[in-house]
Ligand binder design. Structure first.
Ligand SMILES: Cc1ncc(COP(=O)(O)O)c(C=O)c1O
Length: 432
C-alpha cells in the first residue's frame, strides 16, 4: 500500500470549486475540512451498492452515504427501474400525480402517527412546515427544541446565527435532549404559549425510553404538540421510525433522508386534525408533487414492507461495532461505538480532547487508505447492500488502523503521520 492516498484530482477540483462556490460545498457536513483534508476523497465519480469510486479512481466501502439518504444502496436496481419508468411518463405537471396519493397511503400504513401526509423536498423544509402547522393550529408562538432541525430562520434563531432577524429571538428555546426537568421548566416558564416540542429521539445516541415517554407525558400535561424529527431515525431504526421503535406516538413527524433512497423527498405527517388545519396556512412548494421522487418513495416503501432492510442495518452495524471495539481494546485505544447499531456514532475518548480530534483525523485518513469511508464521530450509516463481504473488509481495515493509532499516540507523533491540511469542524458552531 502506498504511503499516500492519491486524491490529487479531487484536490484540484475542490480548489476550483472554492473560487466559484462559497466554501466549495452545498452542505456544511460535506466540507472536506471536516474530514482529513488532502488525505480523503472529495468528489465521487460513481457508486453502486455500498461502494463508491472517487474521481481519482479509488474505490471505497461507504458509511457516509450522502449523510444518510441512501438506505438500500447506490443505484439499487428496483429503485432505478421505478425512477426510469416514471421518467418516461414525465417529471412534473400542472395536474397532480397519482403517486401523491399512493405514497401517502403507504406512509399512513407504515408510520404510527400518520393519519395524513404531505410532501416537501428537504428536511429543513419539512421541519419548518411542521413548525408553521403547529403554530397556526395552536395559535401559539414558542417552540421548545432539542437539536438540529435545518438551516431555516425558525431553527437558526435558537443559536442566534448571522442573518436571522432579531424579531425571531424568544420564539424558540433549546433544551438538552435527555433533560426532562429542563423541558418541564421551559414549559412552565412559557405556560400557555408553547406551540410545539420538537426532538430527534435518536440523534447521536438513542434517547432513554423513559425520556421519550416523558416527552409524550409533558406534551399532554401542557396541552402542546409533540413533533419527532425522524429525518435520520425514520426508516432506519424501524420501518415506522423511532416512534415505532419506542412505542411512543408523536402528534407530528417529519421524515426525509430515508424516504426515497437518495431522491429528494420529505414527508410531514401526523394527526388528522392538525394536518388538516395546516391546509389553510401558507405552505406550498412547486416541486411538492415531483413524480420521480414520489415514484422512488413508492418503490422504496414497498421494499421496506417486503424485505428485512432495517433488520440488516441493525445486524451489520452490530457486527461492525463489536469488531471495532474489540480491535480498539486489543490495541489499548479508548474508542467506543454509541447509539443504535443501525447508525452508530463513535468516539475516541482520550482525556486530551485535542488529541482525540487529531486521532479522528488519523483514523479517517488510514481507513480511507484501506478503502473505507467513515465520518468524524459517525453517524456510521449502513445500507441494505452492506453485505457480509463488505463488513468483513471493513473490519479488517479498521483492525489494521487501531494499532497504528496506538503506536502514534504512544510515540507522540500523531501529527507527523497526518498527510492533511487544517481540519475545521465548522458545523459544530452552527448548532447549540
Ligand atoms: C435530524 C435532522 N433534522 C433536520 C435536518 C435538515 O435536513 P436537510 O439538510 O435535508 O434540510 C438534518 C440534516 O442533516 C438532520 O440530521
Amino acid at each position: 500500500m502506498s504511503e499516500l492516498l492519491n486524491v490529487s484530482k479531487s484536490i484540484d477540483l475542490y480548489t476550483r470549486a472554492c473560487e466559484l462556490i462559497p466554501a466549495g460545498s452545498q452542505t456544511n457536513s460535506k466540507r472536506p475540512s471536516g474530514y482529513a483534508p488532502g488525505a480523503y476523497p472529495v468528489y465521487f465519480a460513481s457508486a453502486k451498492g455500498c461502494r463508491i469510486t472517487d474521481i481519482d479512481g479509488n474505490s471505497y466501502i461507504d458509511y457516509v452515504l450522502g449523510l444518510g439518504p441512501i438506505t438500500l444502496g447506490y443505484c439499487y436496481e428496483p429503485m432505478d427501474a421505478a425512477i426510469r419508468e416514471q421518467l418516461g411518463k414525465g417529471i412534473i405537471a400542472g395536474l397532480l400525480s397519482p403517486l401523491e396519493v399512493e405514497v401517502a397511503e403507504k406512509v399512513c400504513e407504515m408510520v404510527p402517527c400518520a393519519e395524513m401526509a404531505r410532501y416537501m423536498k428537504g428536511g429543513a423544509e419539512g421541519t419548518t412546515a411542521a413548525a408553521r402547522i403547529a403554530r397556526g393550529f395552536t395559535g401559539r408562538e414558542i417552540i421548545l427544541n432539542s437539536g438540529y432541525r435545518g438551516w431555516a430562520d425558525t431553527w437558526a434563531a435558537q443559536a442566534g446565527n448571522p442573518g436571522v432577524p432579531k424579531a425571531f429571538e424568544g420564539t424558540i428555546f433549546g433544551f438538552p435532549r435527555d433533560d426532562l426537568d429542563a423541558l418541564e421548566g421551559l414549559l412552565k416558564q412559557h405556560a400557555g404559549n408553547v406551540a410545539m416540542i420538537s426532538v430527534d429521539v435518536a440523534g447521536g445516541t438513542a434517547a432513554p425510553r423513559e425520556v421519550v415517554e416523558g416527552y409524550r407525558r409533558l406534551a399532554d400535561e401542557h396541552d402542546t404538540i409533540l413533533m419527532f424529527d425522524e429525518i435520520v431515525s425514520g426508516f432506519r431504526m424501524a420501518r415506522g421510525g423511532g416512534q415505532e421503535w419506542y412505542g411512543v406516538t408523536p402528534d407530528l413527524a417529519v421524515f426525509a433522508k430515508g424516504v426515497a433512497n437518495g431522491m429528494p423527498l420529505a414527508v410531514v405527517c401526523g394527526r388528522r386534525d392538525i394536518m388538516e388545519a395546516g391546509a389553510d396556512f401558507i405552505i406550498s412548494i412547486t416541486y411538492g408533487g415531483e413524480a420521480l421522487s414520489l415514484a422512488a418513495a413508492s418503490a422504496c416503501l414497498d421494499i421496506y414492507k417486503a424485505e428485512p432492510v432495517q433488520e440488516q442495518m441493525w445486524k451489520q452495524g452490530e457486527k461492525l461495532g463489536k469488531a471495532f471495539a474489540a480491535s480498539a481494546a486489543n490495541s489499548g485505544v479508548p474508542f467506543k461505538c454509541h447509539g443504535p447499531s443501525c447508525m452508530h456514532s463513535m468516539s475516541f475518548d482520550y482525556e486530551d480532547r485535542e488529541l482525540s480530534a487529531r486521532v479522528w483525523t488519523l483514523f479517517l485518513q488510514e481507513a480511507a487508505r484501506r478503502g473505507v469511508l467513515l465520518r468524524r464521530g459517525g453517524l456510521m450509516f449502513i445500507t441494505y447492500s452492506h453485505d457480509d463481504e463488505a463488513v468483513e473488509e471493513t473490519i479488517a481495515a479498521v483492525d489494521a488502523v487501531m494499532p497504528i493509532i496506538a503506536e502514534a499516540v504512544d510515540a507522540g507523533d500523531v501529527d507527523a503521520r497526518l498527510h492533511t491540511g487544517e481540519v475545521q469542524q465548522s458545523f459544530r458552531t452552527f448548532v447549540r
